[in-house]
Design a protein around this ligand. Structure first.
Ligand code: BMA
Length: 357
């Protein structure tokens, strides 16, 4: 009798558990997974990983990272810049159908994917870096014809996002990082190109439009650039809000002196860690690197000593384009050091996260 009761209770629990799992959105499932991964260490990510590398391009499944350490990055990143114009290829000449294929493939091999979007300037028609019009964001929000053009762009983004599904129709969970590096003034949505209110208006417009279209698979990531001087009141000015952001982060490149980079990175990660703890968020280095890695021990001597002090969930390096690359291939001078980084127990690549679900 006891045994029977026990089995009934067990089955009931299992039934409820499976119902809950089914009703969870892709965003919530991904968030749970990130929280579990976060207990084990921090993942390595790479932009456009399987499209091209230092000495090759457009070879299926090839990856500088795989060739250097024998494993794929845990995270792969892709950019939608150009989708808004209806182009076949993104701003870096990557065909969108290849982005779709590789994004789904990485999800299916157990990895995690992230998307950024460097849209053109809807007022001037220039690139995301065209800051010649000083009120583009304001015009999107207030000028009827610019707004309708921008809504059409969002439609194009939505059309593409809606194709990011597995064979059984499941929407791929995606870390989505729009309007990044907004504390700098190099993008038309940057600090000096819009008011706090307009920045938040732009964030909310895109987010509300996509959520209203049913994209519950997007995990929203807010990531200003390396700053070094954050405090809560300054940060909150353009923070979209706890209900709108699941992951906070920083884009941080070593561009001048190592000492300045590490000072600023420590300051930002310290701030993000305390903000994340208080607000129950995860945080990450959503872009990082040292262009063309001229320092052969940069990974273990500069970057990792900072990273290991904080509870980051990942660090993501930008693309390996011939003239400008951020991760090694086996011939690059920091390859040996990168292998040491790979061996560190807290540094996670694809195989390290496969059993964390
Ligand atoms: C930048 C550079 C550009 C590229 C852009 C979007 O940092 O890599 O060459 O077009 O990112 O990927």
């Amino acid at each position: 009798k006891m045994k029977k009761i026990f089995i009934v209770i067990l089955l009931t629990l299992l039934f409820h558990y499976s119902l809950n799992q089914d009703s969870k959105s892709g965003k919530d499932l991904l968030l749970e997974r990130l929280n579990l991964i976060n207990k084990k260490g921090y993942m390595f990510g790479h932009q456009d990983d399987t499209f091209y590398g230092l000495h090759w391009e457009w070879e299926l499944d090839r990856s500088d990272i795989y060739e250097t350490v024998g494993d794929y990055p845990a995270i792969m990143g892709f950019d939608l810049g150009g989708i808004e114009l209806g182009n076949d290829k993104n701003l870096d000449d990557v065909p969108f159908y290849r982005i779709r294929e590789e994004l789904i493939k990485h999800h299916e091999r157990g990895g995690i994917v992230t998307i950024s979007w460097h849209p053109r300037n809807p007022v001037t028609g220039g690139t995301a870096w065209d800051t010649s019009d000083k009120s583009t964001v304001h015009k999107i929000l207030t000028d009827e014809s610019i707004k309708s053009k921008f809504l059409d762009w969002i439609d194009k983004v939505a059309d593409f996002l809606s194709t990011l599904k597995t064979n059984n129709g499941t929407k791929v969970p995606i870390i989505f990082r729009p309007w990044h590096e907004n504390n700098g003034s190099w993008f038309w949505w940057g600090q000096n190109l819009c008011s706090d209110e307009d920045y938040l208006g732009l964030w909310n417009l895109l987010q509300d439009e996509l959520i209203n279209r049913g994209f519950d698979n997007l995990l929203w990531n807010f990531s200003p650039n390396l700053d070094g001087t954050w405090n809560e009141s300054k940060y909150l000015k353009r923070y979209p809000g706890n209900d709108r952001v699941q992951l906070i982060g920083v884009d941080a490149y070593q561009s001048i002196l190592e000492i300045i980079f590490t000072l600023q990175l420590n300051a930002d990660l310290e701030f993000l860690q305390s903000f994340a703890e208080k607000n129950n968020k995860l945080f990450a280095l959503t872009e990082c690197g040292y262009k063309n890695i001229p320092d052969s021990t940069w990974w273990t001597k500069v970057l990792n000593p900072v990273m290991e002090k904080y509870n980051i969930v990942y660090f993501h390096t930008w693309r390996n384009y011939k003239e400008e690359y951020f991760a090694p291939d086996p011939t690059q001078k920091s390859a040996e050091d990168f292998k040491k980084l790979y061996e560190m127990p807290k540094v996670l690549f694809l195989r390290d996260i496969l059993d964390i679900n």
